[in-house]
Design a protein around this ligand. Structure first.
Ligand SMILES: N[C@@H](CCSC[C@H]1O[C@@H](n2cnc3c(=O)[nH]cnc32)[C@H](O)[C@@H]1O)C(=O)O
Ligand SMILES: [Zn+2]
Length: 433
């Protein structure tokens, strides 16, 4: 066994207390071996990371996004969801090559590592490229092909469903278990009902979870109502999409009955506050979801509706918007948002991560607390919720491997990644214009 020691700092524990402790990691198993004060390096210790003056936190988990949309960051802003997708985003996505998706995903992974995110969910296409990128960059990803059948003839629709199933089969449990998959119908109204049934059956066959956009805008809710006369949650439930391992994105426009059904079926909801604000989709009832016992995680959504992948921004936005939505400054407190971005998102994705504890995945980040905007330090959980930024991350570790040391990313050539993404983005835009 070889070990990695993270020494000299304070540690955020699963109960959100902070203690002085070192963290010892089994590199081969990718697991945390010990969390105790004064652990010394021994002959098994290959590497020591300094956490002096810092705080060791679980690597954040970004539970909803579209990685390669980094290529479209700043390409089209200030529009509502439907117009933005149909007029701007989908035309460019239509010309993206597998190499483009690789370049955009690499850029996303670079940004995630640099801001202390170690686990994420990705709904996109050319999933083979995404899986290879995640394997090489060293993060943990739950990946899927976003299936859309609306507006396609039967052959094309079936081909998209088949691709979703094939990708989930091919890449599940690859990259030493860091890459897992899910079946990802884009949304209840963009995938035909017979195809939803096929995907639900495939999820049983393959033993993988289901993920989709749910009740993101009033228009999305109205589309299902017009088609079926049902609320989308009932419709999704009738098609067997709501399960203990299902996680849905957004959940902005939900009735009390729908929230009850999500709780009963153990479906997790991933809140994406920045995307919801930017597209004016609405305010998710986050405190009501928490009160109902629904598992809640956090996501950035794609970089084109955010416009960055810094999960610490999302944590702060979730607390702010949660209070506004509940009209109550005590709603969605600091502890709740920190929990959502760590254990909440990890649980939603089925990762044994999101907690610094013996036996958990060694997915963690070390934050530098030595900064003007983090002074003084009355309460570090408050800082995590309201003041820390992704740029405060000093080291990032996933599965026992160091992905960033002293702000130098070790698994990606940052310069080359940015150059390739710039080139891919401008060539793609040139092809549509
Ligand atoms: N196979 C599909 C692609 C689906 S990937 C997932 C899709 O979700 C889109 N997307 C990004 N953000 C959002 C959102 O907030 N709501 C709904 N869709 C989104 C994204 O642009 C991407 O096209 C096709 O051929 O069109
Ligand atoms: Zn999305």
């Amino acid at each position: 066994m070889t070990t990695l020691l993270i020494a000299g700092g304070r540690v955020l524990r699963p109960d959100l207390t902070v203690e002085r402790a070192d963290v010892l990691v089994d590199r081969e198993a990718g697991e945390i071996l010990a969390v105790e004060p004064n652990l010394a390096a021994d002959r098994d210790t290959e590497e020591t990371l300094s956490a002096e003056g810092g705080l060791v936190v679980p690597g954040l988990v970004n539970a909803h996004g579209h990685g390669a949309m980094t290529l479209l960051r700043g390409y089209a802003d200030d529009k509502p969801l439907d117009a933005w997708l149909q007029e701007d985003i989908w035309p460019v996505e239509g010309v993206l090559t597998p190499e483009d998706v690789r370049a955009g995903t690499d850029l996303a992974l670079l940004e995630l590592i640099r801001s202390g995110t170690t686990g994420f969910a990705d709904m996109y296409f050319h999933v083979g490229e995404v899986a290879e990128a995640v394997d090489a960059a060293g993060l943990r990803g739950r990946l899927g092909h976003g299936v859309v059948t609306i507006g396609k003839d039967e052959e094309a629709a079936q081909a998209d469903v088949d691709e979703g199933i094939e990708m989930a089969r091919e890449y599940d449990e690859t990259a030493d278990g860091r890459v897992t998959t899910a079946l990802m119908p884009h949304a209840p109204h963009t995938v035909g009902s017979e195809y939803l049934d096929q995907l639900a059956t495939a999820a049983d066959d393959l033993g993988v979870p289901i993920h989709f956009h749910l009740n993101e805008t009033q228009e999305y809710v109205d589309a299902i109502d017009a088609e079926t006369g049902q609320r989308p949650v009932d419709y999704a439930d009738d098609h067997g999409l709501l399960r203990e391992d299902t996680w849905v994105a957004h959940g902005v426009h939900l009735t009390a009955e729908e929230i009850g059904t999500l709780a009963e079926t153990d479906t997790s909801v991933v809140h994406c506050p920045a995307s919801n604000m930017k597209l004016a989709s609405g305010m998710a009832p986050v405190q009501t979801l928490l009160d109902a016992g629904v598992g809640v995680g956090l996501g950035t959504d794609g970089a084109a509706s955010n416009n960055d992948l810094d999960a610490f921004d999302e944590v702060r936005d979730a607390a702010m918007l949660g209070k506004l939505a509940a009209d109550d400054a005590a709603a969605v407190p600091a502890e709740a948002v920190v929990e959502m971005a760590t254990a909440g998102s990890a649980d939603a994705l089925g990762f044994d991560s999101g907690r610094i504890d013996v036996g958990a995945n060694a997915d963690l980040a070390v934050l530098d607390l030595d900064a003007a905007h983090l002074t003084p330090a009355h309460d570090l959980v408050s800082h995590l919720a309201y003041a820390v930024r992704g740029s405060d991350v000093r080291h990032t570790v996933c599965d026992g491997d160091v992905l960033m040391r002293d702000r130098e990313v070790l698994t990606l050539d940052a310069e080359a990644v940015r150059r390739r993404a710039r080139e891919a983005a401008s060539a793609a835009v040139d092809r549509v214009e």
